[in-house]
Design a protein around this ligand. Structure first.
Ligand code: NDP
Length: 452
């Protein structure tokens, strides 16, 4: 049987674009790709990229303050949201164009419309056009989830945060994960009064407890009003804003309420159930280690599979899929030891096991130090950074590294290489320090603070 395409990709985000580019550009497959929204997906258009630019924008308030302590005569200045937003939009247009060019140069045929599945080898575009494909890759990503509470429609999600007409004076962020914690810090840095309500006992569940505590203390010290054990029962429109009635008995008014209570895979209405593609409890597509679904011609990568919802993971899954199917190199991306960073202020960089998870697996030593970094100590600020290593007593391997510090994301990337290579605590000890840096503490901690 001949097909219109060797591969049809649904979704032009990180995973889909990488798979399409490699399959077509490197392996010569005939590839079509459908995207119903803007090319680049969540990461480029409404996620990592605009978020990081907002993190940069929000960091300047602290920099101005520090600069004065270092002898610079600078005024704090006022933040011009509209000016920033205009530049941000231009940058996203540029990046979207770059993604389109990449696909074009690789020979991928792009269809700017929604596609759904008709059968195991056939897709239908919103315009009614149908194509057959030997392989179909679903890379439709995810979308924000907002719980069904009365007044939920008054809240925004991270999707809307990049398009606000103006910055609010008082904002409530609901949730305690990556997105909620990052946006709480961004808004605070931009001069907004921020409250964060989280239903659990401590924000950033899943990360190392000591690191979570450190981030949350720093956020509180920075002026964010964090309420743990608190959830919103209902939202009501008021003359001046939105009233949030919470489980802790409070009833407060805000100008903006942002929900960041997780994301859900975009699998609805694709026609998957009818084809027998298995879906998990949250609607995620179930795949094997080669990203293959139960229907042999249909594959899925990225957030829609709900494995680890991070851009670099989607990219690696998409690349591995293309290598496997079109490059005759069976490749399964290894989801172990994936480092990540939460771009709070200060950042949290993390790789490997938390102290709590490691303790459950066997005897460990914990090396941890918290100190005032030179730069902010000189400026008279109280911030402290945290450097932490979890070491297996049996193998001496470093099982986890957790850093809370400015630029922790940059540091953890490098620590992740050593840990991925199986570095032992003694390998860290043998490595000579780079002085004066914050990261040198990672190779100079000699005595465990505790064993377990
Ligand atoms: P997370 O899963 O990280 O956090 C969701 C938060 O919402 C948790 O605190 C959760 O609480 C809470 N929550 C969930 N359901 C409800 C509910 N019904 N009512 C009240 N609270 C609720 O999701 P995010 O939306 O923050 O981010 C989604 C994913 O995107 C992340 O997991 C991450 O993989 C990725 N991401 C990565 C970033 C990075 O690498 N820097 C940045 C942004 C996103 P509980 O803990 O109790 O379950």
């Amino acid at each position: 049987m001949t097909f219109d395409y060797d591969l049809f990709v649904i979704g032009g985000g990180s995973g889909g674009v990488r798979a399409a580019r490699v399959a077509s550009g490197e392996y010569g497959a005939k590839v079509g790709l459908a995207e119903e929204s803007r090319m680049g997906g969540t990461c480029v258009i409404r996620g990592c990229v605009p978020k990081k630019l907002m993190v940069y924008a929000s960091g300047f308030a602290g920099i101005f303050e520090e600069a004065r302590a270092y002898g610079w005569q600078v005024d704090g200045g006022a933040f011009d949201w509209q000016a920033f937003r205009t530049r941000l939009e231009a940058e996203l247009d540029r990046l979207e164009g770059a993604y389109r060019n990449t696909l074009k140069n690789a020979g991928v045929i792009v269809h700017d419309e929604r596609a759904t599945l008709v059968d195991a080898h056939r897709v239908r575009l919103a315009s009614g056009q149908e194509f057959t494909a030997k392989h179909i890759l679903i890379a439709t990503g995810g979308r924000p989830f907002v719980p069904e509470i009365p007044g939920a429609e008054l809240a925004v999600t991270s999707n809307e945060m990049f398009h606000l007409d103006q910055l609010p004076r008082r904002a409530l962020v609901v949730g305690g994960g990556y997105i909620a914690s990052e946006f709480a810090c961004i808004l605070k840095g931009l001069g907004v009064e921020v409250s964060q309500y989280y239903r659990g006992a401590q924000i950033l569940r899943g990360f190392d407890d000591e690191a979570r505590g450190h981030v949350s203390n720093a956020m509180r010290a920075g002026g964010i009003d964090i309420h743990c054990g608190t959830d919103v029962m209902r939202l009501e429109k008021t003359a001046a804003g939105i009233r949030a009635v919470a489980t802790d008995g409070t009833d407060r008014e805000f100008d903006l309420v942002m929900y960041a209570t997780g994301r859900r895979p975009n699998t609805e209405g694709l026609g998957l159930e009818a084809l027998g593609v298995g879906l998990g409890r949250e609607g995620q597509i179930l795949v094997d280690r080669y990203s293959q679904t139960g229907v042999p011609s249909i594959f899925a990568v990225g957030d829609v599979t709900g494995r680890i919802n991070l851009t670099p993971v989607a990219i690696r899954e998409g690349h591995a899929f293309a290598d496997t199917i079109f490059g005759a190199k069976p490749t399964a991306f290894d989801h172990e030891l994936v480092a990540s960073a939460v771009f709070t202020q200060p950042e949290l960089g993390s790789v490997g096991l938390s102290e709590e998870a490691a303790r459950a697996e066997g005897p460990i030593e914990v090396y941890s130090t918290a100190f005032r970094p030179m730069r902010s100590a000189f400026a008279g600020q109280q911030d402290r950074v945290l450097m932490k290593l979890i070491v297996s007593k049996a193998t001496r391997r470093v099982l986890g590294c957790h850093i809370v510090a400015p630029e922790a994301g940059e540091m953890i990337q490098l620590a992740a290489i050593a840990i991925r290579m199986g570095a032992t605590k003694e390998d860290f000890d043998r490595t000579c320090a780079v002085h004066p840096t914050m990261a040198e503490e990672l190779v100079t901690m000699r005595k465990p603070v505790r064993t377990a």
